[in-house]
Design a binder for this molecule. Structure first.
Ligand code: F6P
Length: 519
């Protein structure tokens, strides 16, 4: 295995030349063929990246030197690739791919139990509402998926979420609901998370006499859930080989199964399964998650971009960038390698919002803002859905036109010469023309889904999961732990204990002054 600093520096050297994205379409006649990939309903167009065939070849050579294929085999065979926690990583087994016979048997049994439970609740009619309580990976996936399922599936029970420890979160979740008709689903892999336990307690006390009968739990810590007071027969398990941010496919998705039905959830799993098989079986150069990961490495380590925007042109995918923030930044936002050395540049900041809304906010910066990246602004992943699920053809056409126009505008820009021509002679021409010029040559990828079906959504999420894995291998970080969240959690507990005891503790002057504000 070659040293990552050397390998990634070679990518920086390769990228250190001016590439004109628009010119690549002439220079590389088969560019669309080479830079567009499809898996089922998902098409990915990487042709508007500032990456040419030579750059792509360098990236693929580098990936091979990182033993990517060996790591991929280890992942699917259930080796403990989460080395710092000594765990396998097998969220794919929840979709029926990879893992041991034992993993397969536990998954099959749990899937059956969830489907039976969901069917029973749906048929019984006693419950009209679900309050899903959880945070991070126990919230973002289910919330994103619930929004997206709305495009094509029918929600049979009202589904609300309580995640933040801010009392507004739980208050909003239970507002207007009848405890007798509400099922509380407390979801926590560890069952040690402050926010979830506090929200669980508050909902239990709101449930009153239904506090026991109307509360179930989903966890990898059964003893913790039972200790919290959930009846053992109401606990749904998952396993330490399912990372929190990769857990929506497990019993963490139980609320979704109850609200939308087990068949809808099964389609979602099948979509991810197709992407798993693609990732597992396709050679690196034809592999969609690998391509996406390498494009990201090019932008980060080659062109020096510190952030990556993700803009879904779909209201129903509005939580996608928040979901990816956890998936990518909690997985690869690290500065130590697997063996404890200092890493090279790793995960960029992931950010974004739904289109077209973002166009009226931060797109100014995307088109003309300065940044450390070679061509300015930030690389963008556009995500669009081709089918109109809203029965509003005019709206849908406008939505898609905006999406496609933005990637074209980012690439082509508008030269000062054209601007000057348009402005004609005027006294302020020299001052105004540069302000109205668009530099262009700003990279983007456009992902399209034929429709926003559960199956297509499964493809999309699994694509980013595998992208994240590949980048972690190239950066040589463990993508499956999250030590960086511990320190703040410990300090919050100390500060809360001290505030409750009326003590000021041993803190810096600023923190002490803040604590005194609430005395
Ligand atoms: O704070 C980070 C984190 O540990 C995430 O990794 C996880 O998804 C979230 O907290 C919630 O954890 P749990 O499911 O154990 O409550």
């Amino acid at each position: 295995m070659t040293d990552r600093h050397t390998l990634l520096s070679s990518i920086a050297t390769e990228a250190d030349r001016d590439i004109s994205i628009a010119s690549l379409f002439d220079a590389e006649p088969d560019r669309l063929e080479n830079f567009v990939m499809r898996e089922g309903p998902l098409r990915a167009d990487f042709s508007k990246q500032a990456l040419d065939a030579a750059g792509l070849k360098a990236l693929l050579d580098m990936a091979a030197k990182c033993d990517l294929e060996e790591w991929r085999s280890k992942l699917f065979s259930g080796e403990k690739v989460n080395t710092s926690e000594d765990r396998a990583v097998l969220h794919m087994a929840l979709r029926g791919v990879g893992g041991t016979d034992e993993n397969k048997a536990e998954v099959a049994a749990m899937r059956q139990r969830m489907a039976d439970y969901a069917d029973t609740i749906r048929a019984d009619g006693k419950f009209k509402n679900i309050v899903h309580i959880g945070i991070g990976g126990s919230d973002l996936g289910p919330r994103l998926v619930a929004d997206a399922f709305e495009a094509s599936a029918e929600q049979s029970l009202t589904l609300r979420f309580a995640e933040n420890v801010d009392g507004a979160s739980v208050n909003d979740a239970i507002k207007g609901l009848n405890p007798a008709e509400t099922l509380a689903v407390v979801v926590s892999k560890s069952f040690g998370t402050q926010e979830t336990k506090m929200n669980g307690e508050s909902v239990r006390s709101w449930l009153g006499e239904y506090g026991n009968s109307n509360m179930i739990a989903v966890t990898a810590n059964r003893a913790g859930a039972v200790g919290f007071g959930v009846a053992a027969e109401n606990v749904f398990d998952f396993w330490d080989w399912v990372g929190g941010r990769y857990s929506v496919w497990s019993a963490v998705g139980l609320s979704l199964q109850i609200a939308y039905g087990p068949d809808v959830f099964a389609d979602f799993l099948d979509g991810a399964r197709a992407m798993d098989l693609h990732f597992r079986d396709q050679p690196l150069q034809e592999n969609l998650p690998v391509m996406m990961a390498l494009v990201g490495i090019w932008n980060r380590n080659g062109l020096g971009y510190g952030s990556q925007a993700v803009i879904p042109y779909s209201r129903r995918l509005r939580k996608f960038s928040a979901f990816l923030q956890q998936l990518e930044m909690e997985s690869n936002g690290k500065s130590a390698t697997r063996d404890g050395a200092t890493s090279t540049l790793t995960c960029p900041v992931i950010w974004g919002d739904e289109g077209t809304n973002g166009q009226h906010a931060f797109f100014q910066w995307l088109h003309q803002g300065t940044s450390e990246g070679r061509y300015g602004g930030a690389p963008v992943d556009f995500v669009a859905v081709l089918k109109d699920h809203e029965n509003r053809p005019a709206h849908h056409a406008a939505l898609l036109a905006n999406c496609f126009a933005q990637s074209e505008a980012l690439m082509l820009g508008k030269s000062e010469e054209i601007v000057r021509d348009e402005l004609g002679t005027r006294p302020d021409l020299d001052a105004l023309a540069p302000q109205m010029t668009f530099p262009g040559n700003r990279p983007s990828t456009t992902l399209t889904l034929d429709e926003l079906s559960p199956n297509a959504l499964g493809h999309l999420i699994a694509l980013y999961e595998h992208k994240t894995f590949v980048q972690g291998i190239v950066w040589n970080v463990n993508s499956f732990d999250q030590w960086g969240v511990q320190l703040g959690k410990v300090l919050a507990t100390t500060i809360l204990d001290e505030m409750e005891a009326g003590k000021s503790g041993d803190h810096d002057a600023s923190t002490t002054a803040l604590m005194q504000l609430i005395k």
